[in-house]
Design a protein around this ligand. Structure first.
Ligand SMILES: *Cc1c(COP(=O)(O)O)cnc(C)c1O
Length: 389
């Protein structure tokens, strides 16, 4: 799971390099003091290269990355943007904060967007579709991209939890028109706080880049003080220390993902033949990043019995069932109360299929540093728990 497990000497060394080269902590300018050290720019280049995409732009967080993409696609009041009922609240905040109305689809057994419900929820106001790869699991991209293409609506990927997940031979986060990543402290790769946007659209990239820096176009013809701008923006700039840490984490990513996947497979092999549980579905031609092992019980009551037993053994969960409040749309009255299309509705009942799935789900975190004894103990505990049903 998280990059915080493997922070060490390499990250410290990368940060020291910034201090050893003039301590310029700002990504732009100050050329006289930085000894040619540009960590954020280097991080963007390496990230884009690794993902085989043309443009990458770093931001302060995954949330700001989502917001900037929405803003620079021109999304605002009167528009609708579709996302899914199971996601981190940020995906929806970043829509609502533009003035647009978030429209929420059900999830299916992939725990991601249900394409049939997506099709039903498209209207002539729909401006974009944010598909989320929750908890390392790929969404049904083929179906979702086809629906987007059919209606001429851009599909965007929230890959904040999906780094390392694969779809049809390519990583998740390269299929949408613009796709975001998060490097907050709980994510598979971390810079403490931070985000990244990937796109192949040069015009959109330049607009995104300018928006995160008050509209500054970083025009090489002018000094920063005289830089050009064509619209107002905001400050969502990543700083050099984050860029440095990101570069170190990016180098460790392949080995971290490999270890996670080994641990995930070890878990899954031990639980594979239990009839009482059903694993979260991975779409055809796709690979789960292995960030957590998720399974469904047949009823909510059975799930409670199993999760209570596991908790009694000191076993922890990841989001499910414990942290649904921040991840299920039915629980977000603090957002819906201020949106006219929602106000006054019975939010908890609006996405019954998603609610049912989430209430029957258990997610066991898969860590990078997890020894065999620990995996065996948790797997044995799950077996014991289902015998009690
Ligand atoms: C973490 C997360 C975000 C927000 O990223 P931050 O860097 O924490 O702002 C957005 N979407 C999803 C699905 C997330 O898990």
């Amino acid at each position: 799971m998280p990059g915080f497990e493997i922070i060490g000497e390499e990250e410290r060394q990368a940060v020291n390099e910034v201090f050893d080269n003039g301590a310029c902590l700002f990504r732009y300018g100050f050329d006289f003091m930085r000894n040619d050290t540009y960590k954020v720019i280097e991080f963007e280049k390496e990230f884009a290269q690794k993902m085989n995409m043309k443009y990458a732009h770093a931001t302060t967080s995954g949330t700001s990355a989502l917001f900037v993409v929405n803003k620079r696609l021109g999304i605002g009041a009167g528009d609708e943007v579709i996302t899914q009922a199971f996601t981190f609240v940020a995906t929806v905040e970043a829509i609502a904060e533009t003035g647009a109305t978030p429209v929420i689809t059900e999830i299916d057994s992939t725990l991601n967007m249900d394409p049939d419900d997506l099709e039903r929820k498209i209207t002539d106001k729909t401006k974009a579709i944010w598909v989320v790869h929750m908890m390392g699991g790929p969404a049904r991209m083929k179906e979702i991209l086809a629906i987007g293409a059919k209606h001429g609506i851009p599909v965007l990927e929230d890959t904040a939890q999906g780094i390392g997940a694969m779809y049809d031979g390519k990583p998740c986060g390269v299929y949408g028109h613009a796709n975001i990543f998060s490097f907050d402290f709980g994510k598979t790769m971390t810079t403490g706080e931070g985000g990244m946007i990937l796109t192949e659209d040069e015009e959109l990239y330049l607009k995104i880049k300018a928006y995160t820096d008050h509209g500054h176009e970083d025009n090489p013809e002018y000094s920063r003080g005289e830089d050009t701008a064509s619209f107002s923006g905001f400050n969502f700039r990543m700083m050099e220390l984050q860029g440095a840490i990101g570069l170190a984490q990016l180098k460790k990513l392949p080995s971290a993902l490999k270890k996670i996947k080994e641990n995930y497979n070890a878990f899954r092999n031990q639980l594979g033949d239990l009839k009482e549980i059903e694993f979260r579905e991975t779409p055809e031609n796709s690979i789960d990043a292995g960030d957590s092992l998720i399974f469904f019980l047949k009823t909510k009551e059975k799930r409670i019995k199993v999760s209570d037993y596991l908790a009694s053994q000191g076993i922890g969960f990841k989001l499910l069932p414990g942290a649904v409040k921040w991840h299920f749309a039915g629980r977000w009255s603090h957002i819906w109360d201020s949106i006219p299309a929602y106000k006054g509705k019975d939010y908890l009942q609006m996405w019954p299929a998603s609610h049912d799935l989430l209430e029957r789900s258990i997610a066991l975190p898969v860590m990078i540093n997890m020894d065999k004894d620990k995996i065996d103990f948790i797997a044995e505990s799950v077996k014991k728990a289902v015998k009690l049903l």
